[in-house]
Design a protein around this ligand. Sequence first.
Ligand code: PLP
Length: 400
Amino acid sequence: MQISTKIKNIRTSGTVKMAQLARELKQEGKDIIELSEGEPDFNTPKFIIDAAFKAAHNGHTKYTDVRGTLALREAISKKFLQDNKIHYSSEEIIVGTGAKQIIFNALVSTLNSNDEVIIPSPYWVSYPDMVKIADGTPIIVSCSKEDHYKITPATLSKAINKRTRWLILNSPGNPTGAIYSSSDLLSLAETLRQHKNVSIICDDIYEVFTYENKSFANILEVAPDLKNRVLTVNGVSKSHAMTGWRIGYAGGPLDLIRAMTKLQGQSTTNPSSVGQAAALAALNGSKDIIKEWNIVYTKRKNLVQEKLSKINNLAFLNPEGAFYFFIDCTGLIGKSTFSGLKLKSDIDICMYLLEHAQIALVPGSEFGMPNFLRLCFAKSDKILVEACKRIEKSIYALNT
Ligand SMILES: Cc1ncc(COP(=O)(O)O)c(C=O)c1O
């Protein structure tokens, strides 16, 4: 079969690749600890599952409005107003098959060939390839450790030209856990006001998981005048441990939402009706469970932070949000394994840890930053302690 040049030119998602490899090794009977895929280890809360069952029994098993049911869009509108102080009417909201499809649809709906999209690096693995599928050009802007891996007004200004259509902002960020503070967003907004051709995708999927008294803000909270240039993306995958239900959503300018609706209507139609009923229960339900999980994640973060900081040749900034450690492993490059293999890259280190420690991590190069490893800490304390022990042992087994 002929495979299109477009598809040949994109990569397989690095996180999906590592998770698949880990699954295969597990099936072979290996005791693999999977810290590569970014998903909560908690089960979807029972009240959400019950609501989905009820909806299915009550006949909510048919096609819905392409944009998502009115009830769900109204609940999302309420959520945006309550949590983010942004007013989106139900007409300005679309529900999709995960935040992933929402971002994909936004890019496909807006980009023409040669249009550019600014992606601060390190970035979530899928952004550059989504831009390419949409015929655009990803412009990767490398962010420094000193700037906590966040784009600054100066680096943003340098990257903007007349072909720039979007800036993608992800906060709390995957893979670094960095959060754009209100003052970061204020200064970025000042730059963005000078470039009216640039719109902003705010990927807020990790909004609810923040640590060390850091608080989340969306750019519209500090710069409401940018509302007709911002697409605010969110979803229930991470907040309510609902990755498999595939429900994401966005609020944005009406013309963009209409274009995305047109695209969705010709591709997947509507997101799953039962998934939407579950998301409705999630958004209308109590937030206590999120508060409980936040406490659990904070403890896990502190645990891994303490363990990893004792391992020589690994360095990291403490995550402010999300559930990842982005670990600088430059100190391991050039070391040799007991079988004489020289570790030349983060990919070599990941493969070594997978084979020797049976730990699945994701190489930083997948996120646009080589010589790093991403570790997901959405796992039990027991698993995390064992994982850190194995990582330490394998690293100390290396020869200089
Ligand atoms: C930064 C970021 N955005 C979006 C998504 C996609 O989430 P969803 O499951 O809603 O498609 C992910 C999932 O890993 C993510 O890390």
